[in-house]
Design a protein around this ligand. Structure first.
Ligand code: C2O
Ligand code: CU
Length: 488
């Protein structure tokens, strides 16, 4: 009885959410005409197939601190030999793996990370999306890079649940391209019942397949910066085309992170029934049924997935071609990983909970409005990227009073896509090309197509300091598409 009424609620939710969302994903549509029953504490769910995560496992770290509210770990940045397909390649790693170990904490925990630098170069660790105190942001604005042989202790509270990641923020296009990134998952204090999860870090790497060595991070100089370097090996949790176990009909959750320096992933969910349930800054209010998802560098998504197909078969999860106007559209659709369906008989399909979270909407009446333009600029006759017609260090800092909300309209007057990322603060997309967006979602990364304009309500909660905002195609940072943000 209760379930069928919730089921109708779901259909309403899907219809009502049809135009929401900040990524230009295909229009959501109901996955079937009969409403699915809801997942409910009373509904027993079968376990996932044995070893379903074996091929996509991420290294885990022991918590060095007995206090249940403190997660204390050590990350050593070092070069290490890593398997890529049949090759052994020396990459830049955290603790010897690419991606680095997955860090897990609960909302409100203190995360203490001892970083040791055993790399041949200086480095910094940035906690992408986490509302850290300014001094912990891991940029050159707030600390001197950690020299080879040096160390730095990062410590902060993780105030929001969600899917985050950590990555090098020193010579980031090269260092991220070489492998310096990892997942950070912050679990909520309470949640409606949800199925088991897989964290999937998407990335790519450029390897000279003959010498089996990393290609130089600055290959092709300013031209490479301008177009954004993509690797010749696409990785899911550091592996090429790994398998993910699943049982037909039995829901599971996927947390995606795009950790590539420049590559966009246009995920195609094929016949699986998929609902978007979380974004950069945690859960969204209601699930949104979706057939695909564009995930740009830096962006995250949490999905509720009901696998479909024939038991005992393997279904590739594809990334489709996407044209971000770099050199040529990305080639043909490519399999990212294989969904290996167990031989178990199909499990009954259960839809996600109707309500996932409450997201407070920001009030923007009478607030300061700013215009930020992603622009193409000429520097000594050479085409480069910039902000408001200025390049890199010449972009004047934006000064914002701490504890305020502002409306930023970000324009893209260039001929390429650019993912806008802000450090330290979440925003909500208020309108896209003047069309209002009504659903509230916490974002820190949003993609702009050429000529797009996005109006963002930014929540400058009171954490003063020097922050930055930039395009998250990290090569474009090298080209000067970044600005400083002084919150005081
Ligand atoms: Cu994900 Cu400035 O970085
Ligand atoms: Cu860009």
């Amino acid at each position: 009885m209760r379930r069928s009424s919730l089921g109708f609620g779901l259909v309403f939710v899907i219809a009502a959410c049809g135009t929401s969302g900040s990524s230009p994903a295909p229009a959501p549509q109901p996955s079937s005409s009969t409403p699915l029953p809801q997942l409910d504490a009373a509904v027993p769910t079968a376990p996932q197939p044995a070893d379903w995560l074996k091929d996509v496992s991420l290294a885990e770290l022991p918590d060095e601190n007995p206090d249940p509210n403190i997660v204390e770990v050590t990350l050593e940045a070092k070069t290490a030999m890593v398997s890529i397909g049949s090759m052994r390649v020396e990459m830049w790693t955290y603790n010897g793996t690419v991606p680095g170990p997955i860090l897990r904490a609960k909302k409100g925990n203190t995360l203490r990370v001892h970083v040791k630098n055993a790399l041949p170069a200086a480095t910094l660790v940035h906690w992408h999306g986490v509302r850290v105190p300014n001094g912990m942001d891991g940029t050159e604005m707030v600390q001197t890079p950690i020299a080879p042989g040096g160390r730095f202790d990062y410590e902060f509270v993780v105030p929001d649940e969600g899917t985050y990641w950590y990555h090098s923020h020193f010579q980031s296009s090269t260092q991220v391209g070489y492998g310096l990134y990892g997942a950070l998952v912050v679990e909520p204090e309470s949640s409606p019942p949800l199925p088991e999860e897989a964290t999937l870090v998407l990335s790519d790497v450029s390897i000279d397949d003959v010498t089996q060595k990393l290609k130089p991070g600055d290959e092709n100089g300013g031209f490479g910066d301008l177009f954004g370097r993509e690797g010749n090996h696409v990785l899911v949790n550091g592996r090429e085309r790994p398998r993910l176990g699943a049982r037909v009909g039995l829901a599971q959750r996927w947390r995606f992170i795009n950790a590539a320096r420049a590559k966009f992933f246009q995920l195609d969910f094929g016949s699986h029934s998929v609902f978007r349930i979380g974004t950069d800054g945690g859960r969204i209010e209601q699930p949104v049924s979706t057939k695909g998802l564009l995930l740009v560098p830096g962006e995250r998504a949490e999905l509720y997935v009901i696998p479909r197909g024939v038991p005992g078969t393997t279904v590739p999860l594809m990334t489709k071609s996407y044209d971000r106007f770099h050199v040529a559209p990305d080639g043909v659709p490519t399999p990212l990983f294989e969904v290996a369906l167990s031989v178990d008989p199909p499990s009954p399909e259960i839809a996600p909970p109707v309500r996932l979270a409450t997201v407070r909407g920001l009030t923007t009446t009478g607030v300061t409005e700013r215009r930020i333009e992603f622009s193409q600029v000429l520097v000594n006759g050479e085409t480069r990227f910039g902000i408001n017609g200025k390049n890199g260090a010449d972009v004047p800092a934006v000064t914002v009073p701490a504890g305020t909300v502002e409306l930023w309209t970000v324009y893209n007057t260039t001929k390429q896509d650019h993912p806008f990322h802000m450090h330290g603060f979440f925003f909500q997309v208020v309108s896209i090309n003047s069309k209002p967006v009504t659903a509230h979602e916490w974002k820190d990364n949003v993609n702009l197509r050429p000529d797009d304009s996005y109006t963002l309500a930014v929540d400058f909660d009171a954490r003063p300091g020097m922050w930055m905002y930039h395009c998250h195609i990290l090569d474009h940072v090298d080209s000067g598409m970044m600005g400083m943000l002084h919150v005081h």
